[in-house]
Design a binder for this molecule. Structure first.
Ligand code: 3HC
Ligand code: NAI
Length: 706
């Protein structure tokens, strides 16, 4: 019998003595205002109805509840508030059981913790991932979790935001029962009936006595506070989480809840919450390129990689890690052996650190196959070329692929800068050619630029997105141009950094300012890590076509001429004594910079860290706007995801375009116009930025238009 046929997102049905409450709010049963209202009404109804002896809460579809409705954050709050709903569930006078399958995350787990008993089945994911959104559990999670599983385990769960399996949740004491089948409803009902038969009492988590003694709990808090202060790198919510958990140990439940609410609201108001939630949605939006809607991916059972250097080997590892077979082609036996050695080095490193067994490595390597003959690629569904960055060399490789590959094989290039349209045009099947721009190390870095040339067919683009999914990469659709999205934007903010260095800021000050902004490394540390020779080769290649009127800072060239290529040569912008990986400032580099300033006729001036960041960000944002304006990126959010996943942009700032919106576009444009007084050619405001400021609009307004 359905008691409230009109209600949609939360339904109630009396099953004998049990009120079955089902949350049915696609796609993930997030706790929107309707769901909160429905849950509240269900508990009220259970208490009021003498026919009800117990309540069972389940989720319809693939999840229990994925958490608060993230789309509501930043908007005016709608009643009832989730903490009140949880408190009401806990106060129910009849036993309430949560039966969990799929995600029970954030507010979803908090609803379950407010229930009196919990059962979960295999495949369930339980966690409090609020920290990843700049928040803390705000519906009792910081108070109930420590009472149930102890402060140490609660801190670990809440500070990491990780998901625990049903089995682990049972071991932790987060749930009471592990269901043996996958049928969540049957498992839940059986458990409720068992509890009723045993006259199990209402058991409130607020009254639970935390395992372990108080001193040990407080010691865990002190240790977590010290560790978090060291590791949380400018994040706002982690230390507040520690404070809230401390209150769970030291204060009565209602006091602790009050503190949790206060801290939660502070986090909700923080720009970090806005940045992190933007990142959450942006990384999902990038998957919705037009071709992924309109076309079906081709098969992806066998992958080829041409080239076994830095990138080819890294890509091969990424493919092997995804469980796919890979065939590597190199130009001779010695190069092939080097390619294989690069791959083995990655796995041997894992074995040395105890993260892989020798048997597992052997099993993975059975999927690897190498050859110096292209004929080994006749069965490949997709081939990724990663040979030298030279158009003629790449076209010769593509001619071979055209000759041997089966019809319908996707032919991809990992080029960083070259014209993929020109590669496609050189063979008989341009519709099969696409760019797959991986980032180094390719088995680690999450970004994959899917570079879409003019003549490629839609199902090839869809196949590239499918490959990204299999490799667990974050794909961003990009158009063909010099540098695509990421490297094109990088070239401009690097140039801004070079100009500041020549004008008077030291590379060490610039790096420190950029790190303080939230990047893991500054631009000159990145050069030293990647190898100064790579950029030097690109600069030499472009020398003939460079605009002679454009400012060209030669400091990096002076270092390269001395063979100072960074970490691999022991010195670059920094000194790396005895193979050390963290550099120290080099007075000789500073002397070279002084000499270059003198040669260029520049009287050095000082920069504040704030001035450095204003210029660095204005350069990045302006080129990001150009990239969107020219449709190289579909939307501003695609630029954001590129910088977040490929260039170390601090996630809590959401990406450069989100950051620009938060600072205000008129301010960014005013900065650019001010800097243009010194160098009008470099600081040319993007037409898109100008237009948005004139219209009073922001980048976010363009994010809906893929
Ligand atoms: N609120 C609103 N929408 C959500 C959502 C949420 N909590 N979680 C997921 N969605 C949306 C996604 O944006 C996506 O929308 P789209 O189809 O329009 O792009 C859709 O649901 C499906 O999501 P996924 O593509 O991520 O689906 P998966 O099956 O891959 O993953 C999931 C499911 C594991 C639940 C994953 O979506 C997830 O991790 N969600 C976020 C969980 C979370 O962070 N919860 C905490 C929220 S904060 C909170 O609860 C505060 C409380 O303490 C007060
Ligand atoms: P690399 O020099 O380390 O490796 C190139 C490999 O290609 C060498 O092993 C070489 O023997 C092989 N090779 C050359 N000609 C060949 C041919 N005709 N047939 C088969 N193999 C051949 O170069 P790296 O760094 O791996 O770069 C490869 C490509 O990836 C380039 O296009 C580069 O621009 C791009 N790329 C490089 C990144 C990096 O950080 N190194 C990042 C992203 C892209």
């Amino acid at each position: 019998m359905t008691l409230n046929p009109s209600a949609d997102v939360v339904t109630r049905e009396l099953r004998g003595k049990v009120l079955l409450v089902t949350i049915d709010h696609a796609p993930v049963n997030a706790l929107s205002a309707d769901v909160r209202r429905g849950l509240l009404a269900a508990v009220e109804a259970a208490d009021a109805d003498s026919a009800v002896q117990a309540v069972l809460i389940v989720g319809a579809g693939r999840n229990f509840i994925a958490g608060a409705d993230i789309r509501e954050f930043g908007k005016p709050p709608l009643p009832p508030a989730l903490p009140d709903v949880c408190n009401r569930i806990e106060a129910c006078t009849k036993p309430v059981v949560a039966a969990i399958h799929g995600a029970a995350l954030g507010g979803g787990l908090e609803v379950a913790l407010a229930a009196h008993y919990r059962i979960a089945v295999e495949g369930a994911k339980l966690g409090l991932p609020e920290v990843q959104l700049g928040l803390l559990p705000g519906a009792g999670g910081t108070q109930r979790t420590p009472r149930l599983i102890g402060a140490q385990a609660a801190l670990d769960l809440i500070l990491s935001g990780r998901h625990a399996s049903a089995k682990e949740a049972l071991a932790l004491g987060l749930i009471d029962r592990l269901g043996s089948s996958g049928d969540i409803l049957a498992e839940g009902l059986a458990y409720v009936h068992e509890l009723l038969a045993a006259h199990a009492p209402v058991r409130r988590t607020r009254d639970a006595v935390a395992p372990g003694d108080r001193a040990a709990s407080l010691a865990a808090v002190t240790a977590a506070r010290a560790e978090t202060a060291k590791k949380s790198r400018g994040l706002f919510s982690p230390l507040k989480i520690v404070d809230a958990v401390e209150a769970a140990i030291e204060q009565p439940f209602d006091e602790g809840l009050r503190l949790e609410r206060k801290l939660f609201l502070e986090c909700l108001d923080s720009p970090q919450r806005a940045g992190l939630i933007h990142a959450f949605f942006a990384e999902r939006e990038v998957l919705k390129a037009p071709e992924t809607r309109d076309a079906k991916p081709r098969a992806l059972n066998a992958i080829g990689v041409v080239g076994g250097g830095t990138m080819g080997a890294g890509i091969a590892v990424a493919v092997l890690d995804a469980g796919l077979p890979v065939t590597m082609i190199e130009r001779d036996d010695a190069s092939l052996a080097r390619g294989l050695a690069h791959i083995e080095k990655v796995y041997d490193g894992l074995i040395a650190r105890g993260r892989m067994s020798a048997e597992k490595k052997a099993a993975v390597m059975t999927r690897w196959n190498g050859s110096t003959s292209y004929d080994a690629l006749t069965d490949a569904d997709l081939v990724i070329e990663a040979v030298f960055e030279d158009l003629a060399v790449k076209q010769a490789v593509f001619a071979e692929l055209d000759r041997v590959c089966k019809a319908g094989a996707v032919l991809a290039t990992n080029t960083s800068y070259l014209d993929i349209d020109a590669i496609a045009a050189s063979i008989s099947r341009p519709a099969d050619v696409i760019g797959l721009h991986f980032f180094s190390p390719a088995n680690i870095m999450k970004l994959l630029e899917v570079v879409v040339p003019k003549r490629v067919s839609a199902d090839v683009v869809a196949t590239a997105f499918e490959l990204a999914k299999k490799l667990r990469k974050t794909p961003v659709r990009a158009g063909v141009c010099d540098g695509f999205i990421g490297n094109r934007v990088l070239a401009v903010y690097r140039a801004a950094a070079d100009a500041m260095m020549e004008d008077g800021a030291s590379p060490y000050q610039i790096d420190a300012a950029v790190r303080a902004f939230g990047f893991p490394m500054g631009p000159f540390q990145v050069v030293d890590l990647a190898g100064g020779d790579i950029g030097w080769a690109a600069r030499k290649r472009r020398a003939a076509t460079r605009n002679p009127a454009a400012r060209y800072v030669q400091i990096a060239d002076r270092l390269c001429e001395r063979g100072w290529f960074g970490q691999k040569t022991g010195r670059g912008f920094y000194l790396y004594p005895e193979g050390s990986r963290s550099g120290t400032p080099d007075p000789e580099v500073e002397a070279i910079i002084d000499a270059e300033r003198a040669r260029a006729g520049i009287t050095p001036r000082s920069f504040t860290d704030d001035e450095i960041i204003r210029r660095y960000m204005a350069a990045m944002i302006n080129e990001g706007a150009n990239v969107v304006h020219e449709r190289i990126a579909l939307r501003p959010l695609d630029v954001d995801v590129t910088l977040l996943y490929g260039y170390g942009f601090p996630r809590y700032r959401g990406g450069p375009m989100k950051y620009a919106d938060m600072v205000g576009l008129p301010k960014i444009l005013a900065d650019i116009r001010e800097f243009a007084k010194e160098d009008p050619l470099f600081w040319k405001a993007s037409p898109l930025l100008v237009e948005l400021v004139e219209r009073g609009a922001d980048f976010a307004s363009l994010n809906q238009t893929a």
